[in-house]
Design a protein around this ligand. Sequence first.
Ligand code: GTP
Ligand code: MG
Length: 269
Amino acid sequence: MPKRKEPGKPLRIKVISMGNAEVGKSCIIKRYCEKRFVSKYLATIGIDYGVTKVQVRDREVKVNIFDMAGHPFFYEVRNEFYKDTQGVILVYDVGQKDSFDALEAWLAEMKQELGSHGNMENIVFVVCANKIDCSKHRCVDASEGRLWAESKGFLYFETSAQTGEGISEMFQTFYVSIVDLCENGGKRPVTNSNASFTKEQADSIRRIRNSKDSWGMLGVKPGASRDEVNRAYRKLAVLLHPDKCVAPGSEDAFKAVVNARTALLKNIK
Ligand code: GTP
Ligand code: MG
């Protein structure tokens, strides 16, 4: 009789949630663990802690979840909890641009607390673009969020703690990535950490998206010559052509560049 494969030892992991107050961190965890949603806002005071068991392949995983308070007031409480973390759920509200812009500051806070010996490279980060059910108020679109996440090698999911959309897919992928990391000796597998696009592509898309006029989109000074416009256009067209560039938002950026060049050339003699 063939030997049955021994299941691996139960794995203990630590996961924390991060993001501004009221973005929905506690609700995302509650939706997954308790399958319910509470619409009344109950701010987390300092830290909420819970344990849950999940199965990943043949591995039983014991997950210690530390749900952090987003309010700056609780900094002194939560700063103790960053160390020895394998996974971070980084949440923003798609209707609050500030909460998206704040993600960098959350990473900086974690980095500072981990100190010089801390290594952020070998932690799995998943970004949740939450409250997608409130589509009327949405101001951070999917490609902007995905671009930010993927250019850092983070996972990205669109979620709604209210409807449950994206929640179990997010946790499932998150846990699988953490188990992969643990089985890889605590190092992020190479495939997960390398974005499939370059920093230059990501930076160009962001610049184009944030430009107020056609000059800015092409990255030339107002009043640039036809030659300069064409040169800048050709460089960006090669960089961002949708056949070559898979970065989120590249198609829109490419179209914007084509339109910007047409508009500028009309007015330059
Ligand atoms: P702190 O604990 O203060 O850091 O906040 P938090 O990020 O844990 O936010 P919480 O989960 O408590 O949710 C804040 C508010 O947003 C509550 O009123 C929730 O009902 C609401 N909320 C959370 N997720 C969603 C969602 O996906 N859709 C909608 N419409 N509301 C949500
Ligand atoms: Mg909370």
